[in-house]
Design a protein around this ligand. Structure first.
Ligand code: NAI
Ligand code: MG
Length: 359
């Protein structure tokens, strides 16, 4: 398979974790006989310094000409005082919008060697492997009107929760398609007992489900879902939900693993061009020290192989290699216990590559 991958290192530890992840992808290409062509672009603070814009035209052109995008992280104290249009995060919002990336994917997989990192009990955590599919471009965060106004003679404010049939259909279809490559169970999360938009969401989810007789659909109210995620996360395979609910549930679910350095994510559109990035930020406090944990980015690259390129075996191979490395006790500082010796960004990547070569 031949693919062009755009690397957007960004700021802070971004360049370090992207360089290491590129080596892993090159190893996958070598072992499985693929050709990955890498191109590199600027985004975030790095792009502001070089061009004045957090998402230069050239970067957007490269993105549109690539099959997938791997991003490090953006932001840092240097740009904190900038005006809104000249802030690093703006680059991320702009690229998501320009590519129509409406589906945000956040997998939560508990890695056995690290079960102690979570505050949940081990019997609740064993075998957790779920995927949250969050609608990213609609709902309360984008609906108009959004404004301050006088309401009944006093200061008030309004936000609008708005969804169209097309917006709901496409995200629910994505969730069913991902479920087909997993345990074939979708839980659609809404608040249909109160919200009209949720009643439409539920109706459409039921309609879409008829096209996937091999996948089971159930519905859950969002308040219950928040509770079930902590009570028994193993019950979930794919969760699909609207923007606001997904924002909150995905952050909640990320704490099931207890480790920011291990959480990958993806944002995708219908043509399966995706932006893959770790959930964590640019960690300016450790940038340049060789201490950054590259595993969240390496696992994001695995998502890219699976969800953008359909290379499920290669993706699995990366996950297995990461599990094996952690089981061997190879840790960066963020996940090492006080008694363990922490290794560098490059050393843990070398260990992943060695584990990969074992197949
Ligand atoms: P952060 O995720 O960058 O760091 C939080 C803490 O976790 C820090 O102590 C950091 O050293 C540690 N950490 C994070 N990733 C790590 C890794 N891979 N290996 C080892 N340790 C790691 O969040 P923070 O400090 O709130 O934000 C720093 C900057 O990152 C800000 O400018 C923020 O706006 C930006 N940010 C960017 C995101 C993105 O690009 N998608 C997401 C979140 C924050
Ligand atoms: Mg959030």
């Amino acid at each position: 398979m031949e693919k062009q991958i755009l690397l957007l290192p960004g700021d802070g530890i971004g360049p370090e974790i992207i360089a290491e992840t590129k080596r892993v992808l090159e190893e996958i290409a070598r072992l499985y006989h693929h050709t990955f062509q890498f191109v590199e672009g600027r985004i975030g603070g790095d792009a502001i310094d070089a061009t004045g814009s957090p998402l230069p035209e050239e970067t957007l052109d490269l993105a549109k000409g690539s099959d997938a995008i791997l991003l490090g992280a953006v932001g840092g104290p240097k740009w904190d005082g900038n005006a809104p249009e000249k802030r690093p995060e703006k680059g991320l919002l702009q690229i998501r919008k320009a590519l129509g990336l409406y589906a945000n994917l956040r997998p939560v997989r508990v890695l056995k060697p690290l079960m102690g990192a979570s505050t949940l009990k081990e019997e609740v955590l064993a075998d957790v492997d779920l995927l949250i599919v969050r609608e990213l471009t609609g709902g309360l965060y984008f609906g108009e009107p959004r404004e301050r106004r006088q309401i009944n003679g006093e200061d008030g404010a309004v936000d609008t929760l708005l969804y169209t049939r097309g917006e709901i259909e496409r995200i629910v279809h994505q969730a069913f398609q991902f479920a087909r490559t997993r345990k074939k169970r979708v839980v659609s999360v809404d608040k249909a007992n109160v919200l009209e938009s949720s009643r439409l969401w539920r109706e459409i989810a039921d309609e879409v489900a008829r096209e996937y007789p091999d996948v089971t659909l159930s519905h859950m109210l969002v308040d219950n879902a928040a509770m079930q995620l902590i009570r028994d996360p193993r019950q979930f395979d794919v969760i699909v939900t609207e923007n606001l609910f997904g924002d909150i549930l995905s952050d909640e679910a990320s704490m099931i693993t207890g480790s920011l350095g291990l959480l990958p994510s993806a944002s995708m559109n219908t043509s399966k061009v995706g932006l893959f990035e770790p959930v964590h930020g640019s960690a300016p406090d450790i940038a340049g020290t060789g201490a950054a944990n590259p595993l969240a980015t390496i696992l994001s690259a695995a998502m890219m192989l699976q969800y953008s390129f359909g290379l499920a075996d290669e993706a699995k191979a990366i996950e297995v290699a990461v599990d094996r490395v952690l089981a061997q006790g190879v840790r960066t500082k963020d996940i090492a216990k006080a008694s363990e010796n922490a290794v560098s960004t490059t050393a843990i990547t070398n260990a992943v590559m060695e584990a990969l070569a074992l197949k």
